[in-house]
Design a protein around this ligand. Structure first.
Ligand SMILES: NC(=O)N[C@H]1NC(=O)NC1=O
Length: 173
């Protein structure tokens, strides 16, 4: 998909296509569309990121709260978005044993109790072993630093989702 195509989309099409770039945050794609025209695909991506960057802390925490836990209840109940299901599956979360699931649920609960939002990590860039390791490490980071790290992960997730939609290659950061 090229930028002319993106710029020519009407509101409904744009929101349908790009509504999932940020997990379950329906406001972002409509807000980004109102910034048209985009000069290129990178410019489009930057508008998605700039929206979250410009939010007050409470809004940024809200964006994080829209994310389902990794290996959490939504996964068990089959309630993940298609994108999240694919990402969690790529990180091996759909084939965990009961003991590993309980352990991750405990780490999720500890993290959420400390930060007030779910642990966010770009699952497609991770694997089954790295997820609990990262979570245990980040549990001890100072809150402002952790908020930034978590938002960075939301960008990595969004960058890959956009690349999937646009048929382009995401960079590795
Ligand atoms: N909690 C969290 O990071 N969830 C997400 N990560 C990811 O790669 N997809 C998600 O839904």
């Amino acid at each position: 998909m090229d930028i002319e195509k993106v710029n020519s989309m009407d509101f409904g099409e744009f929101v349908d296509v790009f509504g999932s770039v940020t997990e379950r945050c329906p406001l972002i794609a409509p807000a980004v569309r109102s910034q048209r025209p985009f000069s290129d695909l990178e410019d489009l991506e930057q508008h998605f990121f700039a929206f979250t960057d410009a939010l007050p802390q409470s809004g940024q925490e809200g964006v994080l709260r829209c994310h389902p836990d990794l290996a959490g209840r939504e996964l068990q109940r089959g309630e993940l978005s298609a994108e999240s299901q694919r990402e969690q599956s790529a990180a091996g979360h759909t084939s965990l044993g009961a003991a590993e699931r309980l352990w991750l649920a405990e780490l999720n609960a500890q993290y959420r109790a400390r930060s007030g939002f779910p642990f966010a990590l770009a699952a497609r860039l991770s694997d089954r072993a790295a997820v609990p390791r990262e979570r245990a490490r980040r549990l001890h980071c100072p809150p402002p630093q952790e908020l930034n790290t978590a938002l960075g992960e939301v960008k990595k997730i969004g960058r890959r989702r956009l690349a999937d939609l646009l048929g382009s290659h995401a960079t590795e950061s």
